[in-house]
Design a protein around this ligand. Sequence first.
Ligand code: NAP
Length: 266
Amino acid sequence: MSDRLQETSNIWITGASSGIGESVTRALARGGHRLVITGRRQGALEELASVAPERIIPAAADTTSKEDLQAIAGTLENHGDLNMVILNAGTCEYLEIAHYSSDVIEKNIRTNVIGTARCLDIALPALRRSRAKGQPATLVIVSSSAWWFPFGRAEGYGASKAALTYFAHALRADLAAEGIDVVVVSPGFVKTPLTDRNDFPMPFLVSTEDAAERIVSGLARGKNEIAFPKRFTWMLKALGALPRPLIDRMSASMARKSNTEEENNG
Ligand SMILES: NC(=O)c1ccc[n+]([C@@H]2O[C@H](COP(=O)([O-])OP(=O)(O)OC[C@H]3O[C@@H](n4cnc5c(N)ncnc54)[C@H](OP(=O)(O)O)[C@@H]3O)[C@@H](O)[C@H]2O)c1
């Protein structure tokens, strides 16, 4: 039996101002936990905090900015011993191959990899302080299952989430001796403002409430890998295990179809 979330926990979550992070915040607050919530939009954070003002503290910051993060380090310290950090802030920018620009790659890497890594500058010392007092300490990194198969247009997003997952798994190895768990969350498609911009079919799309329920219950059950919905992630895993020439043919055909649709619509 896991000791995660069994007692009232102090949690920092990024990317709380919308989508998956917002629903996870609501679910954890309903469970009686105490949260510091981060995103860039102060107004959205304040609105969310108003559902349980005694237990949710807004701390606005751009997670790619070292200065912003240092400015909220005190809020985290005053919140009490930190038991869990959920690094969920992220973006998804697609590449239009006819107008290739490395800026698209940079934006994905900057927010999803560098931003997450920077959060650890303030999160890791806080988690270590909790471990030193014998308390549970868990680091949760929200990645994606998108990089398990090479999707056209997802060069930047997929590369960023592949790098982020490697980062998390290597941290898991390094932090095991200190008793700090590292959890990787790999969602399929979830209906959020991020995916509302997508102009292609999203199989097995789930709601943010459904996603939050799967994440929170997986954490409470002590899981270190949380991937959902299973019918989507198993399909991606099976496709990813095919011989490379077959994968290349399938992904090229999907990319051609999507680029033709794009041209027809544009
Ligand atoms: N939706 C899906 O299908 C799906 C699938 C797999 C993985 N994911 C991952 O799940 C996470 C949440 O995505 P979502 O779908 O819930 O998207 P979303 O609704 O757009 O939420 C993204 C969150 O990240 C925050 N954020 C973005 N850039 C930031 C920055 N530089 N500094 C601080 N906060 C920043 C946004 O807050 P502000 O705008 O206030 O800064 C917002 O709260 C992302 O890491 C995404 O890659 C999503």
